[in-house]
Every structure is written in C-alpha cells, then in structure tokens.
Design a protein around this ligand. Sequence first.
Ligand SMILES: Cc1cc2nc3c(=O)[nH]c(=O)nc-3n(C[C@H](O)[C@H](O)[C@H](O)COP(=O)(O)O)c2cc1C
Ligand code: SF4
Length: 489
Amino acid sequence: MDATRQPHQNATLDVVRHALPEAHWPTAEEAASSRLFSSVRLGPIEARTRTWVPAMVPWRATEDGEVTRDVIDWYARFALGKPGVLVVEATGVRDVPSGPLLRIGHDRFVPGLRRLVEAVREASEGQTRLLIQCIDFLTIKRRPTKEKFFGRYLEIRQHHRDATGEFDDTAVRSALAGFDDDRLARVLTRDEWRDYAFGYRETVNDTHLPHVAELPRVLPGLFADAAARAREAGFDGVELHYAHAYTMASFLSRRNVRDDGYGGSRDARIRLPIEVYEAVRARVGHDYCLGCRFLGDEVIEGGSRIVDAAWYGARFAEVGMDFLSVSKGGKFEDAKQPKVGEAAYPYTGPSGHECMPTVRSDARGPFGRNVPLAAEIRRAVRSAGHTTPVVTAGGIGTFDLAEEILRREDADIIASARQTLADPDWFLKAERGCGAEVRRCIFTNYCEGLDQKHKQVTCQLWDRDFEDGEDVPRSHDGKRRLTAPQWTR
Ligand SMILES: Cc1cc2nc3c(=O)[nH]c(=O)nc-3n(C[C@H](O)[C@H](O)[C@H](O)COP(=O)(O)O)c2cc1C
Ligand code: SF4
C-alpha cells in the first residue's frame, strides 16, 4: 500500500544509536600526499582538492529570492575553509515567489549572485571552485483543515455520491466531513487522500494540468537561461538538481508514468533530463563546468533503484556531464504526515533518513552509508569508457573514511554537508595537520530540523563557542549565532 494512504503512517526502523567513529588525523605531510588533498578535473575546470561542500539551503534569502548579507556571510564562511568545490544551495530557475530560497529566474538576480561569487573568491583566495545548484519544483500546499478540504477544495465526483448516498454537492460535502479517517482512506482516491491528509501536491504525472503537461517544452529553456545567468554572475559551473523530491528527479523516477514520451520506460524517463542538459550545454558552451546531482536510489516503493541510477549515470557521462554527484532518497512519497497548516517535508520519512542519515540508524550506521551507490554508478560509468568524476555524500566526517573511499575508487570526490556545517574549516584543519582541532558533527540533525521549519539553518555546536563579549550576527530569535566561530590560528 502507498504510504500516503495510511491514516497514521509511521516509519519504523530497527534503530541503534551509533558512536562517532574514532578519527585519526593526518600530519601535514601525510595530507600533502593523500588522495583527498590531490586535485581533480571537472571537465574544463580543476578543483584544488577532492573536497566538496554540497548544496545546503540556509533560509537566508529575501522573500523575493535575492541574495542578502547573511547569504554572503554563509558562503564566505565556507570559503574560508577552502574546500575544492562549494555548491550554492538549490536556486529556483523560475521567476515565481518561493519564499526565502535563492532564485536565478530573471536577470535582476545576477548582481546579487555576482556579489556572492566575489565574496567566495576573496575568502577562499581563489582556491575554491564555486558551483550553483539549479532547481525546479512543483506546487505543494499546506495540509488543509478538514472543514476547508471538504467544504471547498474537494471536487465532488460520482464515487463520493456513491459512498455517502447523497446527490446534492453540499450534502455530499457535509457527509464526507463527518466520516472518520479510516473510512475516508477507503472512499477517497489516492490523490484525494494525499491532498486531504498531507496537502495538495502536484506530480509530473498530473498531465491533465496544462503547466505540468508542458514541462518538457518549458524546462530546457528555463534551465538554459538560469545557467547563462550563473555564468554571467561568475560561477565556475552549474549543478543541475536532478535529485530528491523535485521535478527533474520525478521525471527520472520509475513512478513517472507519463504517456507523452517522457515517462514509462527508462529511455523515456531520462529524455527530459538529457534535453535539459543539452539546452544548457548549448547555451553555456563546452568550456563551462556542467554536471548534475541525482539519486542512486529513491528508497520509495515503486521508485527507481541502483540499476536505474547506474544506467542513468552512464548515459549522463556519455552526453558529456562534467561530474555526477550521487545522493539518496529525500522524497515526498514517504514523508511524515504534516500537522494541519504545515506542508509535507521530504526528509521526514525513511527516504529522508537515507538522504541525511543520523546516528540513530540501523546496523549499517550513518557513516559513508551511501557510498555503495556512488561506487556502483562509478563502475557503470567507467565500464562505458568515461572518466567522469563521481561525488559521494552521506555521513562522511573523518579523513580516514574519506581517504579510504577514494583509495578503493568507490568515488572520486568526497562531499560533506553537515560535517562542514559543524566546522567549515575541517578540511583545511586536516590538510594542515590540525585535525585534532576539528569540531565534529554529531549527526543528530538539529540543523535539518531548522531546515524543515524553514528557519535560518545553524549548527547547535556553534553556540557553545561564544567568546566573551563577541558580537556576531544572530538568528531572528536572537538566540543562535548565524555563522560558525572563526578558526584562529
Ligand atoms: C540544512 C540542509 C540543507 C540541504 N539542502 C540541500 C539542497 O539545497 N540541495 C541538495 O541537493 N541537498 C541538500 N541537502 C542535502 C546535503 O547536500 C547532503 O546530501 C546530505 O546532508 C548528506 O550529506 P552529509 O551526511 O554530509 O550531511 C541539505 C542538507 C542539509 C543538512
Ligand atoms: S546541527 Fe548537529 S547534525 Fe547539524 S551540523 Fe551541527 S552537529 Fe551536525
């Protein structure tokens, strides 16, 4: 049964609390001869090291999607740690209101983004390659009250009349509003149940909606325009967001059953992602870094698995992507039921756990948990004769683990989101032989909880580190510092 049809859905995991792995940090000499701190080519550009900060939304843009001082401070702080690559958060390709998420859907966003690029160049002394993640997403609404849903939103159809024995719409509405959830779960269609119990959400299969039907016509142009702006603003490259709960990932999904040539078979599901890539490539040229982030496994019933992803990876490499960044899960389909008045969040169910695993995990634990997916994709890419670098992420927060993954050739680049949030200097500390000073992420997802509530994302560990009288920018509630403490050395 589809999880979204269950009135009281609850993810059950055989959970154990894992201790952080012991860390053995290298000396500066060992670091200098390590793979992690060796350079890597991403098509036309080279990254100084194989260290990568993947996209993280900090909820610091204006309501109009513009870059703010806080956005600049956020990225400049990561840049001080001089990672090989820093990826700017999921940035919307459309010119539509989307709350405090960055946008790149109009030329007016270019000056702000250019300021961000300049700040990162300066803070990293030109040593960090800066990419921007470009995203499209479909409409999702907050979970309605029962009164609103049955009083106004639900379109009354014959099966509602049959179930209630009423004919007049008003009578049908009030009868349905009187049913309990178990009964409603049986009466409503799958989509109606989802809209009632989780909030209205559009999917790529909703081709009865003209704007969903026309996605293959509009998205290549929107992504191409966005990438051209990224280049104009000075970014070193673009990451197409083909992962998690959003439009492009949904085209790749086995759950995409569109019958317009863009759904059903694997060839049809990858068609739009490749058409988007080709439109972007035609606009930015071959001398610009262009790759994508996609899922090694969707981790939802009926979703794509590693066999699909390995095949997609080889195809993406074949068409000319400059890197492949592999993620996992993060879907709406298994998200927890939101409270009335809140929207579903794609990192609350089992697939969300796989995306950002915590120390409360099954026996395999969270550390390097998703590496096998990257390894399988890399093998498929290499077997097809391509050298495209593969990026892996998920619970990597020690030098030893990163180095082991690279030595085994399971991936070419190590992405670390939460460990770099906890300590933006951690790669640099390891590189300089100061690993003992690393502030280690404890992988309990306080930061992700803030993201879920669309609150300014911070790390709980930063607030333990206030110097006496230190005056630092704080969150709206005044309680949390907005950037990591400086590394003074
Ligand atoms: C606060 C927060 C925001 C995130 N935002 C994005 C995003 O915009 N795009 C994306 O692809 N992944 C996003 N992620 C997922 C991370 O990039 C990464 O894949 C995930 O956290 C697992 O890596 P880690 O174990 O190193 O944290 C986000 C993660 C966090 C914690
Ligand atoms: S809030 Fe917790 S999980 Fe997030 S970066 Fe900090 S220590 Fe890691």
